[in-house]
Design a protein around this ligand. Structure first.
Ligand code: NAI
Ligand code: MG
Length: 334
């Protein structure tokens, strides 16, 4: 039996995480879900963003399926997502972006995985107002954090017979910070003679990904660029409703979609649950349950390919619950 922490989150979070939970349960795997919540929804009721029980549960179970959490823009509280990633040193944010059959996109063979450094960079949280008319943010890049995320990307490439890793940077302008990240990539790449290191400047990478995404297999980059490129890549395969993710540290892992709380569609039962369902599949794989993980991926794939029960963002008319039900039927029939 697995003990897993489930954080429903804000906006569409409760709808899509519930869908993922039902689908994981439908595989027959024995999971004891511990449901604890954090975010804007909890703040409204309890006046606290992350109740202590959330930390206790994460530290006890060590594996988490998480819905998105709203972060106010400008003023207000700082991101709970960034906080959890830093607190538990979840240094590797891994986001596989893959063409799904049945979704009409300009490219047939997109299959790349983004490794985003998840604990520092421009998201280190060191920001200050100099005067009324000026503010500063500090970008932190350390050799330690850079080497470990880059190694993670190369190890993944090696284990999955990938031939190339692209390091994305802006070392021409940010010579010390991105320069260090690039240097680390060059250093690590020497240990992997069979894997080619592609060095790509981030603005060019945006253009390359829009024009030639099939050229890339693994991308490793700093926090902010990784955040932006993830949404760009999601757009290449059919949108944010489809791309899953994992935040992995030493011993603790939090699985969540790339997308946010989507307040524009929250509470309407129309959100696409695929991204969180596939994050759940990544979680099962992490737990060593590859067969169950593949079962879920296959059921999602076939449901989308059939196109009968898909949500509006994919061109369908089904609700979140109808799509979830269709996926469960495919799992049960196997
Ligand atoms: P978003 O990802 O929530 O939404 C962007 C657009 O994509 C919206 O039009 C939305 O309707 C659509 N979309 C997203 N997920 C979808 C799904 N599953 N099915 C169908 N359509 C979907 O980004 P936005 O609006 O910039 O952020 C909203 C809030 O979410 C913000 O407070 C932000 O800070 C937070 N956020 C939280 C994240 C997390 O908890 N990991 C990640 C990203 C954003
Ligand atoms: Mg993002």
């Amino acid at each position: 039996m697995y003990n897993i922490t489930l954080i429903p989150g804000d906006g569409i979070g409760p709808e899509v995480t519930m869908a993922a939970r039902k689908i994981i349960d439908a595989t027959g795997i024995d999971v004891k879900w511990e449901i604890v919540n954090a975010g804007a929804n909890v703040y409204e009721k309890k006046g606290v963003l992350v109740p202590d029980e959330v930390y206790t549960s994460i530290e006890k179970n060590k594996v988490v399926l998480k819905g998105p959490i709203t972060t106010p823009i400008g003023c207000g509280f700082r991101s709970i997502n960034v906080l959890l990633r830093k607190k538990y040193d979840l240094f590797a944010n891994i986001r596989p972006v893959k063409k799904i059959k049945g979704i009409d996109t300009p490219f047939e063979n997109i299959n790349l995985t983004i490794f985003r450094e998840n604990t520092e960079g421009l998201y280190s949280g060191i920001e200050k107002k100099e005067t009324e008319g000026a503010a500063q943010a500090i970008k932190v890049i350390t050799k330690k954090a850079s080497l470990r995320i880059i190694k993670e990307a190369f190890d993944y490439a090696k284990e999955n017979s990938k031939k190339k890793v692209a390091v994305v940077h802006k070392a021409n302008i940010m010579k010390l910070t991105d320069g260090l990240f690039l240097e680390c990539a060059r250093e690590v790449s020497k240990e992997y003679p069979d894997i080619e290191l592609q060095e790509v400047i981030v603005d060019n990478m945006c253009m390359q990904l829009v024009m030639n995404p099939e050229k890339y297999e693994v991308i490793v980059t700093t926090n902010l660029y990784g955040d932006i490129l993830s949404d760009l890549c999601a757009g290449l395969v059919g949108g944010l409703g489809l791309v899953p993710g994992a935040n992995i540290g030493k011993g603790i892992a939090v699985f969540e979609a790339v997308h946010g709380s989507a307040p524009d569609i929250a509470g309407k039962n129309i959100a696409n649950p695929t991204a969180v369902i596939l994050s759940g599949a990544m979680m099962l794989n992490y737990l060593g349950e590859k067969e169950k993980s593949d079962l879920i991926i296959d059921a999602v794939q076939r449901t989308i390919e059939e196109g009968k029960y898909i949500t509006k963002d994919l061109g369908g008319i089904s609700t979140t619950s109808e799509m979830t039900k269709a996926i469960i039927e495919k799992i049960s029939k196997k």
